[in-house]
Design a protein around this ligand. Structure first.
Ligand SMILES: Nc1ncnc2c1ncn2[C@@H]1O[C@H](COP(=O)(O)OP(=O)(O)OP(=O)(O)O)[C@@H](O)[C@H]1O
Ligand SMILES: [Mg+2]
Length: 270
């Protein structure tokens, strides 16, 4: 097999080492509805790759397929060139992929600090706190985790919320906690599903800054977002999904003025 992959973006050929995440012909139907229709994408290591598309285009479904929350009808997913199709979310997390949710889950009964200590297994919604606090982990590891959590909370400027019950956070704060928590696993690629939906403009600007800063340090992102000024400012390339398919992938400038993209959005409005 060739080490070169042909990508739609700029017709660029990327070496497999440059690709952190790749999907091949993903398909998913719900009853008679095809939510994901032959989706092949590649995310370049070190990029902030954006994903846009009208409501119901299949963006979140694609994230759910990639991260193992939905079972694939067909197709394959590769993280760091290792096939992860069919794996459980926590196994995919261990392979280097973390994701946040469009609607962040509140971790009932946990403070922000405790929520931060739920490892990648927490991706599947299962609590592994008993593992952390039940004595099965050595103390030094617990201390290291606590220090990592503190550092990450400081980095996202939410360390003042460490002792707050996660149920008492605002939507925006919860988005920050989710992102900080996902970063605890030191993922090779972090998938964010609408990180600034419902977030006030000031916090959205701050979040863009955090993402850019992390990216400058080498963190790769794949970000779904409806807020065009946000995504066009931070992401390149941008993948456009429409009716379960990849409509195009290009620079923000080209995507913004493409007639098919404008049509997809206008066609979707009442
Ligand atoms: N678990 C499910 N069961 C049945 N249908 C589903 C399920 N998940 C998604 N769908 C359907 O798949 C289609 C794509 O939904 P999806 O949530 O992926 O869209 P989206 O692009 O994320 O939209 P939005 O921008 O509104 O978040 C929709 O028609 C949706 O109703
Ligand atoms: Mg969605």
């Amino acid at each position: 097999m060739s080490a070169e992959l042909s990508l739609t973006y700029d017709g660029a050929d990327l070496d497999k080492d440059d690709v952190v995440l790749r999907t091949e012909s993903l398909k998913k139907s719900f009853g008679g509805l095809t939510a994901t229709d032959d989706v092949s994408i590649a995310v370049e290591r070190g990029s902030i790759t954006g994903m846009i598309g009208p409501n119901g285009a299949g963006k979140s479904t694609l994230f759910n397929l990639i991260s193992g929350f939905y079972e694939l009808d067909s197709g394959s997913v590769y993280v760091n060139d290792t096939e992860v199709s069919g794996m459980k979310p926590y196994e995919i997390a261990r392979s280097g992929l973390m994701r946040t949710f469009q609607t962040p889950r509140r971790l009932e009964g946990m403070t922000v600090r405790e929520a931060m200590l739920v490892g990648p297994q927490g991706q599947s919604g299962e609590s592994i706190l008993p593992l952390f606090f039940g004595g099965s982990k050595v103390r030094t590891e617990e201390t290291a985790n606590l220090e990592d959590a503190q550092r990450m909370l400081e980095r996202f400027e939410i360390d003042h919320l460490a002792n707050a019950p996660s149920t008492e956070l605002s939507g925006g704060q919860l988005k920050l906690v989710e992102m900080a928590r996902a970063m605890m696993a030191e993922p090779d690629v972090l998938l964010l599903d609408e990180p600034v939906a419902g977030v006030n403009p000031t916090l959205a600007k701050k979040l863009a800054g955090f993402i850019e800063e992390l990216n400058e340090e080498g963190q790769t992102f794949l970000i779904i977002e409806h807020d065009m000024s946000f995504i066009m400012r931070i992401a390149d390339p941008i993948i456009v999904l429409d009716q379960g398919r990849v409509l195009m992938e290009d620079t923000p400038e080209t995507v913004r003025s493409d007639e098919r993209v404008i049509e997809a959005y206008l066609g979707g409005s009442p």
